[in-house]
Design a protein around this ligand. Structure first.
Ligand code: GDG
Length: 473
């Protein structure tokens, strides 16, 4: 089977478009982002089709916007509507309140609610049924992420025979954690209805295989090149790990642009500290932001000579603010910043600059370039693209990366980054100290190694690996 000649049908929770207000009225425009950029060539080549939800607050004339988009685009989109009650139960409830914390190893934060699970199954059926009506003989179907783990099962019931692939963007937990999920067998069996299941890291792939081994009766396993084959009920499912990445060339080029250089110079002039440490995350308790603040506080306790010289610049991008736990985290950060700044601030010196906002693309790149160290300390993260973007933007080979061992990117950047355990505040503080006192030559060597890793294994290669996996099924 040659995927190059097939039409790609992507199914994801969110469509890759957002509503823009223009002079002549509203339009739908393709959102920027790694996944959209990576899939664009195959979507455009064979007039692909993308099925997803358009997000909250849609206007009444949304169908007309979709029709207009489909007239001009080289691929088409199809929107799946969700009612407020469905958003509450399926999206905020089951995916954000149960799967997200549990799959990031944060068991006490997960809530298990039958009503929300039922909504999750129903919405997966809706996506699957909509897709079943659309698929044509020559298609292959690629489902993205944990919101839609049950879709292949629905498609199989509808007798869809085209290849079905799934990529899991977030971690897959160990069987000890996963077995707490009341609907564990349903989820595993649903995932095993795909032909190809891809994870970010070897750890996630092993966790999934171990869960199938423990919880799915009758499954047995063989190995074939890069994959584990799971055999069940006379079928076999290919399971692999495919680390997602970024468009290296695009970051490298944009980081050198004059707009970014001017923005970077303005930033450097505005901050009094000699050394800037960057934190940049969506507001999320998985990102380890409070622990990072405490590690920075520990650094200033251990090395008072750094007070006045080193600042942490933390950008938190608003996210899921409708969920109480996220609002609580925001409050925790507000109060931690106040406490630490109250303790160490001096005339003309602010220890933690903390912004709760979204940066423009140029600002984002300028932040990467202007900061001497990136401190990326998630408690658990499927991949973490910020780490790869930081390396791709450091075109002068300056800068150091401190990276949590519990990110997917640590598997690839371990030779250049300082790998830390985010729960070990002393260890993180020590890594920051080593990073900011690192001789320039060593800094360049480490940065060169990370840049070459990301350049070679960019997002286009990721798409290639994955489609090769589908071809092999
Ligand atoms: C999930 C998984 C996995 C962030 N702030 C701004 C901004 N960003 C962009 C970054 C980066 C993206 O958002 C964040 O990606 P991450 O990978 O770091 O994290 P999640 O959003 O949690 O993504 C994760 C990923 O899916 C892909 O599979 O790596 O593990 O959790 O691209 O650049 N962009 C702009 N302004 C900001 O302020 N323009």
């Amino acid at each position: 089977m040659n995927v190059r000649h097939k039409r790609l049908v992507v199914i994801s929770n969110r469509l890759p478009v957002s509503i823009r207000d223009e002079e002549g009225g509203q339009t739908l425009q393709t959102a920027s982002g790694g996944l959209v950029t990576a899939l664009a060539p195959i979507m455009n080549r064979n007039h692909g089709h993308w099925i997803g939800w358009l997000g909250q607050n849609q206007p009444d004339h949304v169908d007309r916007l979709v029709q207009d988009f489909n007239k001009q685009g080289s691929y088409t989109i199809q929107q799946i509507p969700l009612s407020n009650e469905e958003i509450e139960k399926y999206y905020l409830g089951f995916t954000n309140g149960c799967i997200w914390p549990l799959f990031h190893d944060l068991l006490p934060m997960a809530t298990f609610n039958q009503d929300e699970w039922d909504a999750y199954v129903r919405i997966n059926e809706r996506f699957g049924e909509a897709a079943a009506k659309q698929v044509e003989k020559n298609d292959f179907i690629w489902v993205h992420d944990y919101h839609l783990m049950m879709v292949a099962q629905v498609l199989r019931k509808k007798k869809v025979r085209q290849p079905l692939a799934y990529f899991h963007h977030i971690p897959f937990p160990s069987p000890d954690i996963f077995r707490r999920m009341p609907w564990r067998e349903e989820i595993l069996n649903a995932l095993l209805s795909f032909d190809l299941v891809g994870f970010q890291s070897l750890r996630d792939r092993r966790n999934f295989i171990a869960s199938v081994r423990e919880m799915v009766r009758g499954a047995y396993f063989t190995r074939k090149r890069r994959h584990t084959l799971v055999h069940l009920h006379g079928r076999s499912v290919r399971v692999g790990n495919y680390p997602i990445s970024i468009d290296f060339e695009e970051f490298d080029e944009a980081a050198r642009s004059q707009e970014v250089r001017l923005e970077m110079a303005a930033m450097k002039a505005a901050f009094s500290a000699e050394t800037l440490i960057l934190g940049l995350d969506r507001l999320d308790y998985t990102k380890g932001i409070p622990e990072r603040f405490l590690a920075f506080e520990r650094l200033l306790e251990l090395h008072p000579e750094l007070i006045g010289k080193v600042s942490l610049l933390q950008v938190v991008v608003p996210s899921r603010i409708g969920v109480q736990m996220y609002r609580d985290l925001k409050e925790e950060l507000d109060s931690l910043t106040g406490r630490i700044n109250g303790r160490f601030s001096e005339y003309g010196y602010v220890p933690i600059y903390y912004y709760f906002k979204h940066l423009s693309r140029a600002e984002l790149l300028a932040h990467y370039r202007a900061c001497n160290v990136a401190l990326i300390t998630p408690l658990r993260d499927g991949m973490n693209l910020v780490a790869k973007e930081y390396a791709a933007s450091h075109v002068d080979l300056d800068g150091s990366l401190i990276l949590s061992e519990f990110t997917g990117s640590a598997e690839q950047l371990e030779r250049g980054a300082f790998i830390v355990n985010p729960y070990d505040l002393e260890g993180v503080a020590d890594a920051v100290y080593r990073a900011i006192t690192l001789p320039e030559k060593e800094q360049h060597k480490r940065m060169r190694s990370m840049r070459s890793q990301v350049r070679q294994n960019d997002v286009h290669r990721w798409v290639g690996w994955f489609t090769d996996g589908i071809e092999a099924t």
